[in-house]
Design a protein around this ligand. Structure first.
Ligand SMILES: O=P(O)(O)OC[C@H]1O[C@H](OP(=O)(O)OP(=O)(O)O)[C@H](O)[C@@H]1O
Length: 627
């Protein structure tokens, strides 16, 4: 089975006051719903394929619904699901709409607990039934569970085996279902344990229900269900009795941030989203720590709990480079630094000829790195100007100064992206076409046959953007040389923890390394790596080694880059093309708190990652390479 992937965004809201409070203070009891909309809309960058939301209403009477969900497919899913929710209110009178008590009693989605999810998946497994949140319903309110997550587990097979060993019978072999059943099973046990406890105390009827709901401790549930999860995750859940939680993986791979005051608790995948939606400063927002959970109980009491021992922190650097919005104060700084660090290799590539070089970027994500790169070149040029002034040996005249200071770094808006969608996270089959037509150029933005063009992108993964579109369209401007700059290092290995970059054979770096091995008659390296990978199949995953590294080992980064240029440059391109990459050290210096770099280095933080890359390489050799 191909594992399902959920590279996504999450948002949670827990209103800590009655709905009347928000009606009075903010003029609407829909305060929570509206904030959820903002949090989701501002995380659209994290998922364009589908969206879903869930809501739980506290204090419903038996016979009244208290858990609601809406899900939609497609790029317009957020608008669609909120449109549907609002359609329930469209026939209300103005008075009814203002009446928080009426809303609470009679209207769907008028609750205190909210949860939203944005999804993209590139595995072809789509359809509304795969859209989060997932629900598990039961006649015991505390056993009801809504779950959504930004996650990917490497060991769905092991967890499936585990829960079937308990005698459970999941309906689907899909990670979210399996997780839902696993957490749900532990939740059932917890409720049953409390039921027995309450019974033994002599409680009866609804008193038992209320006592269970007062005593239930979700940390027990999470501690018993999550230890085997091997992967990156922020899993969010709501229960029918009013508990909400979010738990993060022990390596801190996937991000989660939360904010709380006396009115609201909010959690989201990205920090600035909370800042903007609630107008609060960055330092009032906390990171959910590796292995930690944030829980708010039925009474609105929050607590942080260490669910799993934190491991060596390997927060995903690709979040910083590409996936998250660049509006975060730290991400903005980091992206700029990534650009700045590339000045020296770029200077080499343009033969130090800044006078005849135009600098630009491939929209949109690379824009911030571009500003950093420009700053770096400004510094370089200033230094040159100082040297030239000093070299004059006399007090410079006004004309001399003017002449020296007039030199500027030339930056232009050369590439234009015609649509706002991210092509990277578009479904595989449609991507090529999208990449081909999505970019355009500004005619006249450089001097033909005289100027070099340095153009920065955040990442080169499959190379589709370059090959299908960028290089040939830039060549129409007739630059002398095109220097493509990647603010991140060469992407060499699949992700497996929640960002579905591509499968191994699609990586342009991998294709280049294989081509080099073949060209130089070094096929034995492939055979050897395959043999070793195959030989360790029976080993426990903790003992496995990533032998794919041997494919890259014989070559320098520059050799691989040069090969990529050959593979990516369309026939007939007139300009000379070169690719300049960030180094791993440069990445770590720019993003020191996010050292997770497995897609660049092959150093997977969890044994499941090594196991999957091993299998992927075996599959590649057996199905594609075929000796
Ligand atoms: O080498 P490739 O496989 O083509 O992938 C890398 C490209 O994909 C991303 O662009 P995307 O259109 O997703 O988003 P952006 O507008 O946020 O830069 C990224 O910025 C690169 O341009």
């Amino acid at each position: 089975m191909e594992p399902l992937k959920h590279e996504c965004g999450v948002a949670m809201i827990r209103l800590l006051k009655p709905l009347e409070y928000y009606q009075e203070k903010y003029g609407t009891w829909m305060y929570g719903l509206n904030k959820l909309y903002l949090l989701m809309e501002k995380q659209h960058n994290r998922g364009q394929e589908a969206a879903g939301l869930a809501c739980v209403k506290l204090q419903a009477d038996p016979g009244e619904e208290y858990m609601f969900r809406e899900r939609g497919l497609g790029a317009g899913a957020i608008t669609e699901i909120f449109g549907t929710v609002h359609s329930y209110f469209k026939d209300l009178t103005a008075e009814q709409l203002r009446d928080a008590e009426y809303a609470k009693k009679c209207l769907p989605f008028a609750g205190e607990l909210y949860m939203g999810h944005l999804r993209y998946s590139t595995t072809g497994k789509s359809g509304i039934s795969y859209v989060h949140p997932f629900l598990r319903r039961n006649n015991w309110r505390a056993k009801n569970l809504a779950l959504c997550g930004n996650f990917n587990l490497t060991n769905v097979d092991e967890i499936f085996a585990d829960i079937t060993a308990f005698g459970q019978h999941p309906r689907k072999y899909a990670d979210t279902y399996i997780m839902l059943e696993q957490v749900g099973h532990r939740l059932d046990r917890e409720v049953e344990r409390l039921y027995n406890e309450c019974k033994a105390e002599g409680l009866e009827g609804m008193n038992i229900t209320h006592a269970i709901e007062d005593r239930i401790d979700l940390t027990n549930v999470l501690k018993t269900s999550s230890p085997k999860w091997d992967g990156g995750y922020v899993i969010c859940g709501l229960t029918g009795s009013g508990e909400s939680f979010a738990v993060r993986d022990p390596w801190g791979i996937r991000p989660g941030f939360w904010y709380m005051d006396e009115e609201i608790m909010v959690l989201a995948s990205e920090r600035p989203v909370i800042q903007t939606a609630l107008n609060v400063p960055a330092d009032s927002i906390h990171e959910l720590l590796p292995g930690q959970a944030i829980l708010v109980n039925k009474k609105g009491e929050m607590r942080l709990a260490q669910i799993n021992e934190p491991k060596e922190k390997k927060a995903c650097s690709f979040e910083r480079i590409y996936f998250s919005r660049g509006s975060d104060i730290d991400i903005y700084r980091e992206r700029k630094l990534l650009g700045k660090k590339l000045v020296n290799p770029i200077l080499k590539a343009i033969d130090y000829d800044v006078v005849h070089t135009v600098f630009s970027f491939i929209p949109n994500t690379a824009e911030v790195a571009f500003y950093g790169m420009l700053e770096g070149f400004d510094n370089y040029l200033n230094e040159l100007k100082v040297q030239r002034i000093e070299a004059l040996g006399h007090k410079p005249s006004h004309t001399e100064l003017e002449q020296i200071l007039s030199q500027r770094i030339r930056s232009e808006k050369v590439a234009i992206k015609d649509i706002k969608l991210r092509t990277f996270i578009a479904e595989g089959n449609t991507r090529n076409d999208l990449a081909t037509h999505v970019y355009d150029i500004t005619y006249g933005s450089l001097i033909p046959y005289e100027d070099n063009l340095v153009i920065i992108d955040d990442s080169i993964v499959r190379g589709t953007t370059l090959k299908q579109s960028i290089i040939s369209i830039l060549d129409r401007l007739h630059p002398k040389k095109i220097v493509i700059v990647s603010s991140s290092p060469q992407v060499r290995y699949p992700d497996y923890y929640g960002i579905d970059m591509a499968s191994m054979e699609q990586f342009i770096a991998f294709k280049a390394a294989i081509a080099l091995l073949e060209e130089r008659g070094m096929q034995h390296v492939i055979e050897e790596a395959y043999r070793k990978s195959k030989a360790q199949l029976g080993l426990p995953k903790e003992e496995m080694v990533n032998y794919v590294k041997e494919i890259y080992a014989p070559f320098t980064d520059e050799e691989i880059s040069a090969k990529m240029v050959q593979l990516l440059t369309p026939a007939g391109t007139q300009a000379k093309v070169e690719i300049v990459y960030q180094t791993l050290d440069g990445l770590h210096e720019a993003c020191p708190a996010h050292l997770g770099d497995w897609y660049f280095s092959g150093d997977y933080p969890t044994p499941g990652g090594v196991k999957l890359v091993n299998q992927a390489f075996i599959n590649y050799v057996e199905e594609i390479y075929q000796f």
